[in-house]
Design a protein around this ligand. Structure first.
Ligand code: UT7
Length: 323
């Protein structure tokens, strides 16, 4: 059977680092509160010239280089983002142009923080359906542009960045020992809209709007939703928490990550944490964390990797893949 195998990974971060202490002068907050409640120590914030497209293109170039491929080898680009450069065209087609690619096709996916999980699952279906041989899957965000910088309950939580992987059609035996994507489980429930949303848009206010979140409410649902969808992936594949080499969760809050890992019985030293460095970068958080763990040599070929995310909508999902 066809399996979608990861051939390369790349990441890109804005130049500017903003530490918790830098925010103390902007809103009534403290490094101590932010670290204690979230685990975040710093985040990267895009300057005027850095955009979702420029960061996404930089991550894509790095992923292609890592895979030893060129844009000519790519059939499809899927970009997960909630902060596109323009309402349309899709940032994916702008990245396609940045890469000098005039063949194939490209589109954006919008599932907020779960965007990269949704995008991987979509790319996997295009590959297994035979419509694409190689797909660039990118998560790229500039959430700093939709934050209300006077709202301390949200502005300290998010950051900007991008990560990308190249998926390629490979041969598998249909076993969990195959390399590639082994399972993807996606969920959404729109009845939670008002707990995490942006209060503007083209069809309502004709503005971009600002992110609004009832953090405590999101927190209350997060661990249950994350662990439910992961347990569904375990049930589907017959794999268990003991089989996991690396757990690469969405990086929103260290307390949510710790509680999810504990509930699933995943050992602490298998959990990849980057929320301290990047903050919550929404659809970019999982590929940024993956990129960090591949770069420092933790994730190696053949390792079983569990990805998950949960965010606005609510949307949530999990992917099991063998690197
Ligand atoms: O990526 C999408 C998914 N998003 C998430 O997963 C986020 C989920 N939620 C969270 O991570 C947490 O709920 C937060 C980090 C947002 C907040 O932590 P919390 O422990 O739930 O705190 P809280 O909202 O209950 O607020 C506690 C107190 C409040 O003061 P009072 O009412 O107790 O006097 C807040 O006003 O902390 C106050 N507070 C702050 N204090 C200092 C809120 N924001 C800040 C701040 N600095 N930045």
């Amino acid at each position: 059977m066809i399996r979608s195998v990861v051939k390369g990974i790349g990441t890109a971060l804005p130049e500017r680092i903003v530490k918790n202490s830098d925010l103390e002068g902007m809103v009534e907050t403290s490094d101590e509160w932010i670290v204690q409640r979230t685990g975040i120590r710093q985040r990267y914030i895009a300057n005027e010239n850095e955009t979702t497209v420029s960061l996404g293109a930089a991550a894509a170039r790095a992923a292609l280089e890592n895979a030893g491929l060129t844009p000519d080898d790519i059939d499809l680009i899927v970009v997960a983002t909630s902060t596109p450069n323009n309402t349309f065209p899709a940032s994916a087609v702008e990245i396609q142009k940045e890469l000098g690619m005039t063949h194939g096709f490209a589109f954006d996916m919008q599932a907020v923080c779960s965007g990269f999980i949704y995008a991987i699952s979509t790319a996997d279906l295009y590959i297994r359906g035979g419509m694409a041989q190689r797909v660039l899957v990118i998560g790229s965000e500039t959430f700093s542009r939709i934050l209300d910088w006077n709202d301390r309950s949200t502005c300290v939580l998010f950051g900007d960045g991008a990560g990308a992987i190249v998926l390629e059609a490979g041969e598998g035996k249909g076993l969990t020992s195959d390399r590639g994507i082994l399972s993807a489980n996606l969920r959404s429930d729109g009845s939670h809209k008002h707990k995490l949303f942006v209060d503007g848009g083209p069809s309502t206010t004709q503005t971009v709007g600002h992110l609004r979140m009832e953090g405590r409410e999101v927190f209350k649902h997060a661990v249950g939703m994350i662990t439910d969808v992961i347990e569904a992936s375990f049930e589907e594949t017959g794999l268990t928490a003991d089989d996991i080499d690396w757990f690469v969760p969405h990086q929103a809050n260290k307390r949510i990550i710790d509680a999810s890992a504990k509930k699933l019985n995943i050992a602490e030293d298998k959990v990849v944490i980057t929320v301290d460095q990047h903050g919550n970068t929404s659809a970019a958080s999982v590929p940024l964390a993956l990129g960090a763990a591949v770069k420092d040599g933790r994730i190696k070929e053949g390792d079983l990797v569990l990805l998950e995310a949960m965010g606005g909508g609510f949307t949530w999902g999990a992917v099991l893949l063998r690197w």
